[in-house]
Design a protein around this ligand. Sequence first.
Ligand code: PLP
Length: 281
Amino acid sequence: MSSNHRLYAYLNDEFLPLESTYLHVSDLSIQRGYGIFDFFKVQGGHLMFVDDYLNRFFSSALLMGLPVPYSEQELKDILVRLVQMNGIPDAGVKMILTGGYSENGYDPAAPNLILLQQPLTLPSEAQVATGIKIITHEYVRELAAAKTINYLVGIKLIQQVKAKGAHDVLYHHNGLVTEFPRSNFFLVRQDDTVVTPAREVLKGITRKNVLELAAKKYQVVEADVTLEDIATAKEAFMTSTTKRILPIIEIDGKPVGKGAPGAVTLDLLQDLVELENRQVV
Ligand SMILES: Cc1ncc(COP(=O)(O)O)c(C=O)c1O
């Protein structure tokens, strides 16, 4: 994409140049951090698993009591048009619904709908081959089943993650592991069973795809996962729309399994890439 490529955004019924897309300061997302969003993936100009992301968008809005002022088909049409206008083959589209322009800075008003598109770079082969190091932190996301705009703790921990030479932070609470600020967590037991936490997590679309792919070849369990389970695991990995599958090789300074990306992890990544490629044709 050239530097003078004009990006368009969408705000309440209008496609606008990104540089002139503004929300008023009275919006509840600014005043109180009240809003939800979803993040759609565009690969080769094609919107991937679009119904899954739209379903989650509606369910997050419902969980937060935010009315969605458009039908599913209308949102799909807006997405397709924005992707055509921007012409970025590999991208992410953020669809945000906020609490609206509140009169008193607390009571919700008519929601504002915003769509933003940005180029997307997936992890390189070298990053996958190296794997990532993570730390842990005691915390559980509020209203974990909803994709809200609240990333306060994750963002606050960025400096701590960097200071420890790590790439991300895994939340756990009352001994149970949940998820990362922006990704889901999986481990592989010594017998190759693939396990992911069942409770207090956002149901990631990549998590869903990986669970379905894994079930074709391995035993798969959605269950409680403890920090001790990770200590005895053969492999671990994270999943998300922007990362696909990234192997985890170290947790709080200790190696996971052999301390290198594992065979099941890499096998599932290959299956996921193939599934994505099948969506594009
Ligand atoms: C809290 C949380 N968990 C998990 C995920 C991964 O979900 P997905 O695979 O749909 O990107 C995200 C994505 O942003 C997230 O915010």
